[in-house]
Design a protein around this ligand. Structure first.
Ligand code: DGL
Length: 272
């Protein structure tokens, strides 16, 4: 079988994409990974499609400068607003988290009633509804932006009373109406226990980080791009703002220390 030792590029607006990197690492221990967190320009979830596409394109150029063999947009907002365009622009395989999450949700729903939560930009884009309509035209999709969840997770307030109050409010329109719920934002897997408790045991939660990692494996195999087994895999982390805060908060998302984080102040100009 063909193999390829080049790294996979993973990018996000900031820290949250580490949930995707973690899922990729768990499934593919032999793959080298380069992560870019656009911490100087986070959040993407409240920005326009034009802006998020421009930022994402600059990051793809940066990653290509590091000779990545594939690019994963871990950020749901970038996946919703920029990935379809970027896929058409580049020959390197680029994948986002929307397709994998939508596919798994359609596969797992029993009633055809699916909920999606995400940032304002992701929800307003209609990307999940469009993807699910193609997969199952009969599916009913109920969406709900939950912008405050990102701040709660970054504060580490995932099990505070404030988190419960806010989650109750956001999830009320979905409770009893869906049997499957897509966690359509990088940060939401950290709120999984609370969301699961509030939605009840009959609702299946779709973690877009896990579904994305699973499909990435399929994509790499299809292109003959998997690293050979027992490769000494490397990881490199880059951010566009000061690395200290990223390093400090990263353990929460990754479950371990990221080690050395490099600062790339001008991603638009520095391509490699
Ligand atoms: N990474 C973003 C997402 O998954 C959340 C944070 C942001 O708004 O940039 O949509």
């Amino acid at each position: 079988m063909q193999s390829d030792r080049r790294p996979i590029g993973v990018f996000d607006s900031g820290l949250g994409g580490l949930t995707v990197l973690r899922a990729v690492r768990e499934r593919m221990p032999d793959e080298s990974l380069i992560y870019f967190g656009d911490t100087a320009r986070v959040p993407y979830g409240s920005k326009s499609a034009e802006t998020v596409t421009r930022f994402s394109r600059e990051i793809v150029e940066f990653l290509l400068g590091h000779e990545v063999k594939a690019v994963v947009a871990a950020c749901n907002s970038a996946s919703a607003l920029a990935v379809p365009l970027l896929k058409a622009e580049y020959t390197v395989p680029i994948m986002g988290v929307i397709g994998p999450g939508a596919r798994l949700a359609v596969e797992r729903t029993r009633s055809g009633r699916i909920g999606v939560i995400g940032t304002r930009a992701t929800i307003a884009s209609g990307a999940y509804e469009r993807a699910m309509a193609v997969l199952d035209p009969a599916a009913t999709v109920v969406t709900q932006p939950c912008p405050l969840f990102v701040s709660l997770v970054e504060e580490g307030w995932t099990d505070r009373p404030a988190a419960r109050l806010i989650a109750e409010e956001y999830l009320a329109p979905l409770r009893g109406r869906v049997d499957t719920l897509v966690l359509g934002c990088t940060h939401y897997p950290l709120l999984k226990p609370l969301i699961a408790e509030l939605m009840g045991p009959d609702v299946v939660l779709i973690d877009s980080a896990e579904s994305c990692a699973a499909e990435l494996g399929v994509l790499l195999n299809a292109h003959g791009l998997r690293a050979p087994e027992r490769t000494a895999a490397t990881e490199r982390f880059y951010v566009s703002d000061a690395p200290e805060l990223f390093s400090r908060l990263s353990t929460r998302f990754l479950g371990r220390d990221v080690g050395d984080v490099r600062h790339v102040p001008e991603v638009a100009e520095l391509k490699g």
